[in-house]
Design a protein around this ligand. Structure first.
Ligand code: GLN
Length: 207
């Protein structure tokens, strides 16, 4: 078994950074917060946390991180985004605020706050393709869903029942993974473990 602990950064501009650091460390990564362009240099994988994408994109610009992040992602840096992180990784946003930009990398159209105001937050079982035997207890907080996916995007999970039944809430395109829900809040580390494995494979492919 490959036990190398990859260097995984968590974008720490805003959002639930600490929970991701904990989940990553429990999943075999060396995890640290990234706030400055220089801190990006050693990163072998990047997590973009949940939070508020309309704030996060502005901070990315203010901290001179937008372009360096776009360049690393375009060059193949593995990334995982949860909720607002999924929005940051999307190539296209529906219901963004005026002027909202993303880092891109995922050929999807993501719809912000898609589940509507009546159901701000809810929990629902979601079966993810890599883990067919046990559904995820998925926590959605003013979550997006994915309206459209490009041809090279794999749909990894959909809402199983209740509000938004059948909507796409987990996707993967190569080394980029995103979920509309927050596995970092539940103590179920399967998504983080999958991401750490994606990072290891990417490094192996390079060496
Ligand atoms: N609604 C938030 C946004 O648009 C995402 C919420 C979340 O990350 N929990 O960024």
């Amino acid at each position: 078994m490959n036990t190398y602990r990859p260097q995984v950064g968590v974008l720490a501009l805003q959002g639930d950074v600490r929970e991701h650091l904990t989940a990553l460390r429990a999943s075999g990564a060396d995890a640290f917060a990234v706030r400055r362009p220089a801190e990006l240099e050693d990163v072998e994988g990047l997590v973009i946390p949940g939070g508020e994408s309309t704030t996060m994109y502005k901070l990315a610009i203010a901290f001179d991180l937008l372009e360096p992040l776009r360049q690393r992602l375009a060059a193949g840096l593995p990334a995982y985004g949860s909720c607002a992180g999924m929005i940051m990784l999307a190539d296209r946003i529906a219901d963004g605020v005026d002027g909202q930009v993303t880092l891109g990398g995922l050929d999807i159209t993501v719809r912000r706050n898609a589940f509507g105001r009546q159901v701000d937050s809810f929990e629902a079982p979601v079966v993810l393709a890599p883990f067919p035997d046990a559904p995820f207890h998925a926590v959605f907080i003013r979550a997006p869903w994915v309206d459209e996916v490009g041809r090279s995007v794999e749909v990894v999970g959909r809402v199983g029942a209740g509000a938004g039944e059948g909507r796409i809430v987990a996707v993967r395109q190569g080394a980029i993974l995103a979920t509309a829900f927050h596995p970092e809040l539940t103590g179920d580390h399967r998504v983080h473990a999958l991401f750490v494995e994606i990072v290891r494979r990417q490094l192996k492919g390079k060496s």
